[in-house]
Design a protein around this ligand. Structure first.
Ligand code: NDP
Length: 338
């Protein structure tokens, strides 16, 4: 039996990646899209071959669907997810799950009580490169992990230079956009949790309204490992990367903080250098595959609701640190604390 999806949000990410990822599943079908703008909805359904468009959440949730994919602007995720959970629909929600970790915890609690599958669309967990690094670390190939560095400063394409750089109330800014991914990726690859962060942010000329378009964070993890991450919207030529340095070796990955199954991972130890091989499956196709399996009771989403709470609590702590000039402790059960 196929899994019928309703899309909440006529978004760019759905158009570029998720519609294709749902249709790539043998049992995936898109039934309906919800948009607040009738004209854009008409164009969206015709461009993407979606059977119908609706303009209200009630109409979408009243349709014959099993699951919703939420990719509206960030301030809308909470209300839409809670309504979908109440209507008995499984929810794959974009990051950040909400604007605060307290709200994200409400989503997780509601899904748990209703036995609904809730996933956070942290696509990078699905990257072969990241899974190869995680496997190498858990197999002990770099010894004890000591330090990590994430290079994730990009140039925000012109078509996305909207709410992200102009609307604080919509959850704009690079920290809620990219630092959440980096916090999740570090947790996933290291198999460790961040406990404290110190962050500097900047406005380097693109973002307005008091929003940040660049951030540098220093993280301390439970194991004692320390990490750096750099997120940005304004660096055209930076390239991306991810390094983990351990007592017996280093993993040096290039061009891996992306939406595509690209990049390379080099393992350097006393034995020399080795390029790790990994699968090149589309990240979003893998994400939806795991979500479908979770709906069938055969596994878990690649990133759970709890993982979304963790990444948001981490980003929230980073923003508090940038505002206060002090390091901030991270506790996903309580939110961040000065
Ligand atoms: P978009 O700006 O493309 O879409 C967000 C909302 O803006 C849509 O729901 C739509 O509202 C409205 N909108 C879309 N196009 C236009 C337009 N031309 N004019 C006016 N309004 C428009 O956002 P993104 O797709 O970039 O991001 C959506 C969500 O997905 C965010 O939560 C973001 O953080 C997340 N995201 C995740 C990624 C990942 O890889 N995991 C990558 C990119 C984004 P309506 O539905 O009412 O029509």
């Amino acid at each position: 039996m196929s899994i019928r999806w309703g899309l909440i949000g006529a978004s760019t990410i759905a158009r570029q990646f998720m519609i294709g990822a749902i249709r790539a599943q043998p049992d995936g079908e898109i039934a309906v899209v919800m948009s607040s703008n009738a004209e854009r909805a008409t164009a969206y359904v015709s461009e993407n071959g979606i059977p119908s468009a609706v303009s209200s959440l009630d109409a979408l949730l009243g349709s014959e669907i099993d699951a919703v994919y939420i990719s509206t602007t960030n301030e809308l995720h909470l209300e839409q997810a809670l309504a979908a959970i109440k209507a008995g629909k499984h929810v794959l929600c974009e990051k950040p799950l909400a604007l605060t970790s307290a709200d994200a915890r409400k989503m997780v609690a509601a899904a748990g009580e209703a036995s609904i599958v809730l996933g956070t669309n942290h696509h990078l967990r699905n990257a072969g490169a990241h899974r190869a690094m995680r496997d190498a670390i858990s197999a002990g190939r770099i010894g004890k992990p000591i330090a990590a560095r994430v290079f994730h400063s990009v140039f925000l394409p012109e078509n996305l230079q909207g709410w992200r750089i102009a609307r604080p109330e919509a959850g704009g800014g690079v920290v809620l956009d990219i630092t959440v991914h980096d916090a999740d990726t570090l947790r996933f690859v290291l198999g460790d949790d961040p406990v404290e962060v110190s962050c500097f942010t900047q406005s380097a000329g693109m973002a307005g309204s008091g929003l940040e378009d660049g951030a540098m964070c220093v993280w301390r993890f439970k194991s004692g490992l320390i990490a750096q991450s750099h997120e940005g919207f304004t660096t055209k030529f930076a390239g991306t990367g991810f390094e983990v340095h351990g007592s017996e070796g280093s993993l040096i990955a290039s061009n891996v903080m992306t939406q595509k199954p690209d990049g390379s991972v080099l393992l350097r130890t006393a034995q020399g250098e080795e390029q790790l091989s990994f699968d090149r499956e589309d990240l979003y196709v893998r994400s939806v595959r795991h979500f479908h399996a979770a709906i069938r009771g055969e596994g878990h989403p690649s990133a759970s609701g709890d993982d979304g709470v963790w990444s948001l609590a981490s980003a929230e702590a980073a923003l508090q640190s940038a505002a206060s000039g002090k390091a901030v402790k991270i506790d996903p059960k309580l939110g961040s604390m000065n």
